[in-house]
Design a binder for this molecule. Structure first.
Ligand code: THU
Length: 145
């Protein structure tokens, strides 16, 4: 069942975009290719994981996609499809959940295998008690210099 206003057809289209992005993944070390398609208020932004011979420098598909979207001036995120290998879909890692929460705690997500949405969830569901910009802004002790 969907947790967002997107129709099944829209989720299907976004999932295919994520699968297309997955083909661009640079994952020679893990072999685990991930693609993401982020629906923004001004179109879809795609990204993939980019690994590095210095392993800790690997960039996840979700993080790459958010950085790309923000660099394009887009900060209003409406839905995200993440495509991984199967058989079970891979959910965003903890770090990526935090990166997504910065911009859209209520972002609906589809986890995709072979171009087909398999699981629907949201950033809020994946990251309970999230540490958000709002917590900082409302803090009585935090002062921005
Ligand atoms: N990966 C992602 O792209 N997104 C995630 O949320 C989890 C992991 C990538 C990082 C690395 O290139 C590969 O998957 C194996 O961990």
């Amino acid at each position: 069942m969907s947790v967002s206003p997107l129709t099944e057809a829209q989720w299907q289209a976004l999932s295919l975009e994520a699968e297309r992005a997955r083909r661009r993944a640079y994952a020679p070390y893990s072999g685990y290719k991930v693609g993401a398609a982020l629906l923004t208020d001004r179109g879809v932004v795609r990204g993939c994981n980019v690994e590095n011979a210095s392993y800790p420098l690997c960039v996840c598909a979700e993080a790459a996609t958010v950085a790309k979207a923000v660099g394009m001036g887009r900060r209003t995120f409406l839905a995200l499809a993440v495509a991984t290998e199967g058989p079970e879909p891979g959910a965003p890692c903890g770090a990526c959940r935090q990166i997504l929460a910065e911009f859209a705690l209520d972002l609906p997500l589809a986890l995709v295998v072979a171009g087909v949405p398999r699981t629907y969830t949201s950033v809020r569901a994946l990251l309970p008690l999230a540490f958000t910009p709002q917590i900082l802004a409302e803090s009585t002790t935090s002062k921005r210099l």
